[in-house]
Design a protein around this ligand. Structure first.
Ligand code: AMP
Length: 113
């Protein structure tokens, strides 16, 4: 089954894209939890963090590099930001296409609340 994020990446569903290369797509979250809230999504459909394999490790590194670049571009590098991945129901994962939330632009509070 096609994931919602595949449909966004393919342009079937509109989004506010902020980055794209061969492997990665990033866009603004539709329901932002912070002034900057970007979703960083690999084009390869990996359902969740727990499914990441050894062969995906370069991709994981690339995601971190994209997060660093977007943190610079959105001017949240100096004050700090959070990069999180919800894995599974207890973490609140709703879309089973691996993605990382880049959050910043205001104090984010402590970790799990
Ligand atoms: P998670 O709960 O970690 O699976 O994150 C899914 C995220 O996708 C949530 O923060 C949603 O607000 C976001 N989301 C759902 N649909 C869209 C959409 N059409 N465009 C942008 N973000 C979306």
């Amino acid at each position: 089954m096609t994931t919602l994020f595949e449909r966004i990446i393919q342009g079937e569903i509109p989004c506010e894209k902020v980055f794209e290369n061969e492997n990665i797509f990033a866009f603004k979250d539709i329901a932002p939890k912070a002034p900057v809230h970007i979703l960083i999504v690999p084009k390869k459909v990996i359902p969740d963090l727990q499914s990441v394999n050894l062969e995906d490790l370069a991709l994981m590194g690339e995601i971190v590099q994209v997060a660093q670049r977007l943190a610079r571009e959105f001017d949240i590098e100096e004050d700090g930001y959070r990069l999180i991945c919800n894995n599974g129901p207890f973490a609140g994962q709703t879309i089973y296409h691996l993605h990382f939330h880049l959050l910043g632009g205001a104090p984010l509070g402590r970790m799990a609340g």
